[in-house]
Design a protein around this ligand. Structure first.
Ligand code: SAH
Length: 253
């Protein structure tokens, strides 16, 4: 998995203005106000998918295409859905130019997944959502794994791993994270009192201690400011710095 990550030229997935920082372990801004996740988060999420060679993976939120390229580099065939047409086009072009022919990108609301190619051995959601959309659970193969950042009612985001057994999803929280919010249909459901909530078990493990800074996929905007060392009001409002944790333990599902 680490070899897979090491093989993907991250500097070619970010705007040239931030390319020099592409090999630091931090999230970076991409087009359209979106972010490319911190490499540690990409590695953690890829690892949590427990992929076998040749696995068919659905990604929600193509963004730059970096996570999709990493999935392809570890041997998966990837179906990635991106809601922004501009980002989808750019990612498709970039992935084709770099030779990632096993990645298929479509424009659409990832809430609905990509039914034509289902069932998927694994699903990775890279935008925060208050619930795992039901169509994604349906499109996950029996025994398949889904990894998604879930916003709990108190606003805290958790990376959640779910395993599908007998048609049901058994989930567990892995660690605190910060992702950009999922757009589209899921937003309309947030206000609905009737929305089903997935059963997410209490946090486990060393990295979930209270007060622990969440892993961030948000670009640290203050560093893009002139190099004066001054941190203004905007900087105080950004999420805490990402935490560099020990490699994740293989989940016991
Ligand atoms: N995986 C990306 C980073 C994702 S940032 C990478 O490796 O670069 C989150 C992405 O999710 C953004 O590109 C955003 O446009 C997209 N997104 C947000 N809501 C979505 C939805 N409902 N369906 C598909 N994509 C969505």
């Amino acid at each position: 998995m680490l070899r897979g990550i090491a093989s993907v030229p991250r500097h070619l997935f970010v705007p040239s203005a931030v390319a020099a920082r592409a090999y630091e372990d931090e999230a970076l801004p991409i087009e359209g106000g979106q972010t490319i996740s911190q490499p540690y988060v990409v590695a953690l999420m890829t690892d949590l998918l427990s992929l076998r060679p040749g696995a068919k993976v659905l990604e929600i939120g193509t963004g730059s295409g970096y996570q999709a390229a990493v999935l392809a580099a570890v041997g998966a065939s990837v179906y990635s859905v991106e809601i922004s047409e501009e980002l989808a086009k750019a990612a498709r072009l970039r992935l084709a130019r770099l030779g990632y022919h096993g990645v298929h990108v479509k424009v659409g609301d990832g809430f609905h997944g990509w039914k034509e190619y289902s069932p998927f051995d694994a699903i990775i959601v890279t935008a925060a959502t208050p619930e795992i959309p039901e169509p994604l659970v349906r499109q996950l193969a029996e025994g398949g794994v889904i990894v998604a950042p879930i916003v709990s009612p108190d606003g805290q985001q958790w990376l959640v791993q779910g395993l599908k057994r007998q048609g049901n999803l058994r989930t567990r929280r892995v660690t605190g994270v910060i992702f950009v919010p999922m757009q589209g249909e899921v937003r309309g459901r947030e206000s609905s009192a009737a929305r089903p909530s997935i059963p997410v078990e209490p946090p486990t493990g060393e990295r979930d201690r209270p007060g622990h800074p969440p892993l961030s996929n948000q670009a640290p905007r203050e560093r893009a400011a002139p190099v004066s060392g001054h941190r203004g009001e905007a900087a105080r409002r950004i999420p805490p710095a990402p935490y560099f944790a020990e490699p994740a333990k293989r989940p016991a599902l």
